[in-house]
Design a protein around this ligand. Structure first.
Ligand code: SF4
Length: 520
């Protein structure tokens, strides 16, 4: 327990570690109530269209499965990030960063979360750290704002797909106008694509004394911790003196821009954006910096406070089914089941060319249910295959025989076939598309997000397909896996090559063999 000594609060480092362990453990399995409520509202909207209802129901069903605390809601359980504000009256007599890292490590190890951090052994050689460390930790000194000193924490676990969507643009004052700013936003928001697993919690920060200040506010805005920043009030002349404000007009405009992208929750529709924060602050005369960032559907943020009363930590929803029922969502009579039963079943037990010709009869945006064997492989395996091809060697037969699912699972909980197994961002494999497909390898790939022309051209030229499945629904997707065998490269950890069998695994045709792309 913390204790007050001469008006100073002693916080034992074990309590700091405990806060981190509870937060990183809970965030992997549970969601904030407002996050689930926003998704429920989207699903209940009478005008929900495209493939949105299927995706959002999958995401809510996923939340119900992950709340059993075995399968994390996303396989990428993120980089551990901590922001802390330490009042001057607080002392620990220890290295607080060390305590926070110990707590994070305990959560990732004890809850079988995925270790995603790589350490450079030399400039080009890396190894997995084996405990998901290092964490990113910021501790700021704060004045006691009342007589009661406290230590306040924001914990966030950020996945690689959503991190990659962060953009900082050192723009110029030429953007200061309704028309240029709107055109800029339309291009940038559409350019976010779907690889960061929408519906997005989007944040935009305009202005800032430096790129670092701008980007820190962006990160904090995506966690909702800056929601209390006052809105700009055009009728209040004193507003001009405000150092920082939110802008309701642009938040509304951006929601509309998101609807009009047509990208929808992931496979076409209108529900691209879950919520928006737009912040504006001062700038240097020579620049008008704008940053854009998202928090993905695995919206993992938690607050905690340690004061003389002990540790208080934000409560997430651990019975989402009850909560969703109150929001008017009944997952028992799911549209997922109804829609899934009406879809085309594709057996992957047939020769690859036969499977391709069945897919060729369908169109982009169509959903299929896959049954049979898939190879699970991602970045490191593709790099290894590329090296083998460069040495004029053949790849293992399985790369020709089975579709390749770009994914890397979380740890397998006792009694399960595999851990959470959602798709990773497909675009990273695009540089290998031509060399693989031209040799008859990987004719069908499966993952998430949009792909570049490299993949589109290779599919058209060599009769290939790219299928997308729901990003951020990893707990649910792992329930379609009936067998799991390690094939190659165990030293790659979560990136090892696996052969899995799936039953009725849902996927959408994103790119076909005729040069069509759902996202174009
Ligand atoms: S939901 Fe998508 S973007 Fe977010 S952590 Fe998971 S895989 Fe990455």
């Amino acid at each position: 327990m913390p204790r007050l000594l001469n008006d100073r609060l002693y916080v034992p480092p074990e309590l700091i570690a405990k806060a981190a362990e509870v937060a990183f453990g809970d965030m992997a399995f549970y969601f904030r109530p407002n996050h689930l409520a926003r998704l429920a509202k989207m699903l209940n909207a009478p005008d929900i269209g495209g493939n949105d209802s299927f995706v959002i129901e999958n995401l809510l069903t996923n939340a119900v499965i992950s709340a059993k605390e075995q399968l994390p809601h996303c396989q990428d359980t993120g980089t551990a990030i901590v922001y802390a504000w330490k009042d001057e009256g607080v002392y620990t007599g220890a290295d607080d960063r060390d305590a926070l890292e110990k707590g994070a490590e305990a959560a990732y190890k004890n809850k079988l979360l995925r270790f995603s951090q790589f350490i450079p052994a030399s400039f080009f050689n890396e190894f997995n750290s084996g405990n998901n460390l290092p964490a990113q930790i910021h501790i700021e000194a704060a004045a006691n704002d009342n007589a009661k000193p406290s230590y306040r924490f924001l914990f966030a676990a950020k996945g690689g797909g959503s991190t990659n969507k962060t953009t900082y643009i050192a723009s110029t004052p030429a953007l200061l106008g309704e028309a240029p700013f709107r055109a800029f936003l339309e291009e940038r928001i559409r350019g976010l694509g779907t690889a960061g697993c929408p519906p997005y919690q989007l944040a935009i920060v305009a202005g800032g004394a430096s790129p670092e200040q701008n980007l820190e506010l962006l990160k904090l805005a995506t966690t909702e911790i800056l929601d209390e920043v006052p809105y700009f009030d055009p009728s209040n002349p004193n507003q001009n003196s405000h150092a920082l404000f939110r802008d309701r007009y642009w938040e509304d405009q951006i929601k509309e821009i998101g609807r009009n992208t047509g990208l929808g929750a992931q496979f076409g529709g209108t529900n691209f954006i879950l919520d928006v924060r737009v912040l504006r602050l001062g700038r240097h005369a020579a620049t008008f910096p704008v940053s854009i960032g998202v928090s993905c559907i695995a919206h993992r943020n938690m607050l905690a406070v340690i004061d003389s009363e002990g540790l208080s930590i934000e409560q997430l929803v651990n019975t989402p089914e009850t909560y969703l029922k109150e929001c008017g969502v009944n997952l028992q009579s799911t549209a997922v089941t109804r829609k899934a039963s009406a879809q085309k079943h594709i057996s992957l037990e047939k020769p690859m060319r036969e499977v391709c010709s069945e897919l060729s009869a369908l169109k982009t945006g169509d959903m299929v249910l896959l049954s049979g064997k898939l190879i699970v492989a991602r970045d490191l395996a593709h790099l290894r295959w590329h090296e083998l091809i460069s040495q004029r060697k053949d790849l293992p037969e399985y790369v020709k025989k089975h579709p390749v699912y770009y994914a890397g699972p979380a740890g397998t909980p006792p009694g399960k076939v595999i851990g959470s197994l959602g798709p990773t961002t497909a675009q990273r494999m695009d540089p290998y598309a031509e060399e693989l497909l031209s040799r008859g390898y990987s004719l069908i790939s499966l993952a998430k997000g949009n792909r570049t022309k490299l993949c589109l051209d290779a599919c058209k030229k060599h009769g290939g397909f790219f299928l997308g499945t729901v990003g951020g629904a990893a707990a649910l997707l792992s329930t379609y896996v009936t067998s799991n065998e390690l094939m190659d490269y165990p030293e790659f950890g979560m990136e090892a090559v696996r052969l899995i069998t799936v039953k009725d695994f849902p996927a959408f045709i994103v790119i076909d063999d005729k040069g069509n792309d759902l996202y174009k």
